[in-house]
Ligand binder design. Structure first.
Ligand code: M6R
Length: 621
């Protein structure tokens, strides 16, 4: 989705903004642009990759120490130079960048057109720029905080979502921003600590500014921020006071670098032994054979009183939730329901006071998941979050939760966040189970299983070359089918999603027994079936389903437990994984499928980290 980076300080803004935009590339975009204030406004914008913008800037650099910049992901109007941000107002003195959607832009446009405004682009953002500019021009020049006031008055007329930053040629030392529904983070320059002149950043994502500062303020919805080169103030658009907290970013800029890997996706796949360790560190208690999840903010009594759980999320996080449903039901015997966040937020889901809602989101900013969270809280339910991004909106608005501590996930295709999410469900299942019927010895055994995960994943990763060879053999398939049951059904869905997202090969995941209810019509010698068939309670049933595919000459790739010669004798290719507790197996069985989709995409020359049409964080509905 769109990205924002803005700077005010004593350094040249252009290189800092370009660096920030490059770090936001992973979010997905189709054009980029920049405006620098230096007596007058200087604007440069270009469709396509950031290198196109860099090219223009290398021949016509923009000098100045105050600037705003943007990567656009088209919603209103096709990707082209004109529709790229920043947009200017009628006076051409005000420039604005915007993430989000102005839902009532047509009505606002008609009003402005009636007042003589002419628009160059098809965007909702240009309407917003004109609206702020018009408001500014009508305010008396002596108005206190004139630009801030103009933005506030304009935004009160806007329906929709925004993360917005504005500069004005008549305000030579000022940046003003606001947010509602689209993230905006203030970065407080580290130079301040060394006694050097102050500097500030505003960005839609901390990864854009982590190279320059680790001291941030995550703005809340309706916050209005004004920045000069030596001070900042945060108020509320609603005229109520706004409190804020300065936080420390918990990763370094090197964590977001590629290192020796060719793509972020493969780097993040290989980071999983470490990310699983980070998700579990300090969260198990061997003496009590249980888990320690202090962030839930729930007393043992409250946890015991939970009678039903609803898990809601989108995409990969939803697949982790599907596995979470099985884990919690198996370990804690609590009924669990899972729903797409986009559906949950609009349906009347009957819940009673003992229902606990869990939202899962890597970014913590997904619009549908946030909508579901707010709907559940509106109805008075306790909502817990499983998030990766510390300080994200979802993390802030939940009543409690568990952070993944997976480090930055840059690849658009989620990988390490998935295994961290399932691991956290395993910890939660253990905690809830030990408060109910799960025995000490089962709990202790389960903890041993959790502790073994990093080494087991490392073993699977050693098969990368073998998996690459399998990918080479099947890369030209038009369609692939993924089968798994119970816990492994979520893995089948996730494996198929990974394949679709980055290779563009059609792939679907099914509960294996559904084969005979229709999907079997798809089986032929050109359509590979991927069976996730480890040693679990349904293995023998899966083996029978494999036979049905084999009888129809369908190629089979099996993910099986080490030493399972029966499965290997049926399948055309077998990737072995170590044995593990049934509830932990998905954390291991997904690894070969992540590698399989990665190598397939690489062999097909796909843009693995920036697949077509996708955005890392979906902050619009
Ligand atoms: O940030 P979130 O976990 O809330 O994101 C949810 C989905 O948008 C995300 O998992 C998406 O499906 C990824 N592209 C999966 O690889």
């Amino acid at each position: 989705m769109c990205g924002i980076v803005a700077y005010i300080g004593n350094k040249e803004a252009q290189p800092l903004l370009l660096d920030g935009l490059r770090r936001l590339e992973y979010r997905g975009y189709d054009s980029s642009g920049m405006a620098i204030l230096n007596g007058k406004l200087h604007v440069s914008k270009k469709v396509g990759r950031i290198t196109n913008l860099e090219e223009i800037l290398s021949t016509s650099p923009l000098a100045g120490t105050i600037g705003i910049s943007h990567t656009r992901w088209a919603t209103h109007g096709e990707p082209n130079d004109t529709n790229a941000h920043p947009h200017l107002d009628a006076s051409k003195k005000l420039a604005l960048v915007h993430n989000g959607v102005v839902e009532n832009y047509q009505a606002l446009k008609r009003k402005l057109q009636a007042a003589g405004h002419v628009f160059e682009s098809q965007t909702d953002t240009e309407i917003l720029a004109h609206l702020v500019g018009q408001t500014y021009d009508t305010l008396p020049p002596a108005t206190l905080n004139r630009l801030e006031t103009a933005l506030k008055i304009a935004l009160k007329q806007v329906q929709g979502t925004y993360g917005v930053v504005v500069v004005h040629a008549d305000e030579p030392d000022l940046l003003v921003g606001a947010r509602r529904g689209s993230p905006l983070v203030l970065g407080i320059g580290q130079d301040e600590e060394k006694g050097a002149p102050k500097e500030y950043f505003l960005a839609s994502d901390v990864s854009a500014i982590v190279a320059h500062t680790q001291k941030v303020v995550y703005l809340k919805d309706f916050d209005l921020i004004s920045l000069t080169s030596n001070s900042f103030s945060i108020k509320s658009i609603t005229d109520k006071p706004s409190e804020f907290e300065i936080s420390q970013i918990d990763y370094r800029s090197e964590d977001a670098d590629l290192g020796t890997f060719p793509h972020y996706m493969i780097k993040e796949i290989f980071e999983q032994p470490a990310s699983i360790e980070n998700a579990t560190r300090g969260r198990t208690n061997v003496e009590e054979a249980s888990a320690v999840l202090g962030g839930l903010n729930m007393s043992p009594q409250e946890l015991r009183e939970v009678e039903r759980i609803v898990i809601t999320a989108c995409g990969t996080a939803l697949h982790a939730g599907i596995i979470g449903e099985h884990i919690i039901e198996t370990l804690a015997n609590i009924p669990v329901e899972i729903d797409f966040a986009s559906e949950f937020r609009y349906r009347n889901c009957p819940m009673d006071r003992r229902t606990l809602v869990i939202v899962v989101s890597q970014s913590g900013e997904t619009a549908d998941t946030l909508g579901a969270l707010r709907e559940a809280r509106r109805k008075g339910f306790r909502v817990l979050g499983i998030c990766n991004n510390v300080g994200s909106t979802i993390a802030r608005e939940t009543d409690g939760g568990v952070y993944m501590h997976a480090g930055p996930e840059i690849g658009v295709a989620a990988t390490k966040s998935f295994t961290s999410q399932v691991t956290i469900f395993a910890l939660l299942g253990l905690l809830l189970g030990r408060m109910r019927f799960l025995s000490f010895s089962h709990g202790a055994e389960f903890i041993e299983g959790i502790d073994a995960l990093p080494d087991q994943i490392t073993e699977v990763l050693k098969q990368a070359d073998k998996i690459k060879a399998i990918a080479d053999k099947y890369k030209d398939a038009k369609s692939m089918l993924y089968f798994g049951r119970n816990m492994q059904y979520g893995v089948a869905l996730e494996g198929a999603l990974k394949m679709k997202e980055i290779s563009y090969i059609h792939a679907e995941g099914y509960p294996a027994a559904e084969l005979k209810h229709g999907v079997i019509a798809m089986i032929d010698h050109q359509t590979p079936s991927i069976f996730i068939v480890p040693h679990d309670s349904l293995r023998s049933k899966n083996v029978s389903t494999m036979q049905e595919v084999k009888a129809r000459r369908g190629p089979i790739i099996a993910i099986a437990t080490e030493g399972d010669e029966e499965v290997a004798s049926i399948a055309d290719e077998t990737i072995f994984i170590p044995a593990a507790h049934e509830c932990l197996l998905p954390i291991i069985s997904i690894i070969p499928l992540q590698l399989f989709s990665y190598y397939t995409a690489v062999l097909l020359n796909r843009d693995v980290d920036k697949p077509r049409n996708l955005a890392k964080s979906v902050t619009v509905e």
